[in-house]
Design a protein around this ligand. Sequence first.
Ligand code: ATP
Ligand code: MG
Length: 415
Amino acid sequence: MGGVPSQLSIFNIFRKSTKLKAIRKSVSFNQKLIDRDALKVVQTIAKAGFEVYLVGGCVRDLLLGLKPKDFDIATNAKPEQVNKLFKRSRLIGRRFRLVHVMFSARKYLEVATFRSGQVKTAKSGVIVRDNCYGKIEEDVVRRDFRINALYYDVNTKEVIDYIGGLEDIDSGQIHVIGDPMVRFEQDPVRMIRAVRFQTKLDFELSDEIKTAMHQQAPLLANISPARLYEECIKLFHNEYGFEVYQRLEKYDLLKHLFKQTHKNAFIKIALNNTSNRIKRNKPVTPAFLFAVFLWQAQNERFALIKKQQKSVYLAMSQASEEVIINQIKQVSMPRWLTARIKDTWMMQNNLERMQPKKVEDILSSRGFRMAYDFLVLRAQSINPELKSVADFWTKAQVDNNSQNTQTVHKKNTDK
Ligand code: ATP
Ligand code: MG
């Protein structure tokens, strides 16, 4: 098989060895976990006479009593037919045509027509069309894991399982649909998804997945850095980011995302800090974690450059640029994000110097808050000698706040 692997032949191989038979099983779970809008969309499509289900991660999560992040809907209605049923909906995607049903500026639900998973490729191997509609049996096998290929019928409250997903949910196992070697070759991102689900659900990876992951990990190099950026946010912006990190390292996947990064106490404390913030509904930014992941590499590069470059500022700047350029070859980052990372790094030196004349300017600068958080976590992990510096900046903020309050108070009493 040369060039882009043809999914058509992959799926034929799969089908030859597998006869799919559906099991319908009544299930009970907390119905309040189902999003009301998702329920409405499903009911509207069903009323129009089509077959329609909740599908994928939301069914998995509902069965496990977890609140799903998003609700995906699968149907035998064609995208144009779905589009006609909802005033506020739009057709999206060229290769995969989907319908987004809009509920607000930020909220939409995705409705996908059952797909066969077959692709049409040009002679060159380039995919020209992979939007072949299919039956539900075909839609099942294009999915990644058995636990992600369950369909829920909201009217009968039954789960439709073609592939053993329910068994895996019960036994806490993750199995790829088909041969993991083939499915990871087809889409290497499935390897990091496996690690994320393993950690999120506290499930076991099948031995076949572990073996295949070991062999196919280098294929991650073929994935676009932009897609990997999205995946990285999903990997680390959650309540279990450090466990994910440790497993990515264990399975030798991490180096295909962050080749310049090696575990240290700073990374551990920062990932746990991010998870805690998420638990408390506080905002998080990927700039912070990326800055932490790359800090050691930046320091090493700085030490080398500093040997030839007298200016600390210029050496810091050059080291930062180089480390960032190296990183975005693997996982891209938007410009605003790399700018914030660089700012945070550059400010560490200013903070460490604690120059009294500059305190006010530094406190009011845009990047201060993140640079300060960064410094505090350094002091709590790899740089305990910076504890007094961190305390200095903590106190400076308190003093500054009370000064501001006093000024306001004075203004009010002067009136
Ligand atoms: P979560 O939303 O909790 O991250 P999820 O399983 O819902 O997990 P999504 O990325 O929302 O993941 O995808 C929805 C469904 O689409 C999956 O459950 C799976 O059936 C299918 N899917 C997603 N990505 C892939 C992929 N790379 N290969 C095959 N199927 C996929
Ligand atoms: Mg999902």
